[in-house]
Design a protein. Structure first.
Length: 134
């Protein structure tokens, strides 16, 4: 039944760190899903790597490459976001978007590294590997 006057409230109990690591796992899961069901590729965020602005792609790629050299990068990013949260930054929406985008592709990068044999089966695998620094 539809009720126009109905009201629902939603409460989130996870902090940003929990959401970030869940998003990383989502990237890993996307690669696993496509590995088993290639037809799913176009329906997943996995197919959107190059659809971001060039600036966003540049920032994402830089952070992922930094992660390859300095494994503490994800923890540093979480720390920076928490610092901005405490200061109630007006840019939090943009920062959340960039950070969660990074964590998704970090998960994708990790899965592609763990299973290099899947590359021929994954659509656009070469482009993803280059962009993700894998």
């Amino acid at each position: 039944m539809y009720r126009g006057d109905a009201l629902a409230k939603q409460r989130y109990t996870k902090d940003f760190a929990g959401l970030a690591w869940d998003t990383c796992a989502k990237g890993q899961t996307a690669v696993l899903l496509v590995r088993k069901h290639l037809a799913a590729f176009d329906q997943l965020q996995l197919s959107t790597y190059s659809q971001a602005s060039h600036k966003r792609q540049y920032v994402r790629s830089g952070l992922l490459r930094l992660s390859n050299r300095w494994p503490a990068t994800p923890h540093w990013i979480i720390h920076c976001v928490k610092w901005l949260e405490r200061r109630a930054s007006s840019h939090l929406g943009v920062v959340y978007g960039l950070a969660l985008d990074y964590f998704y592709w970090l998960g994708v990068q990790k899965s592609l590294r763990e299973w290099p044999a899947m590359e021929p089966d994954l659509p656009a695998a070469g482009q993803l590997r280059i962009g993700l620094g894998v």
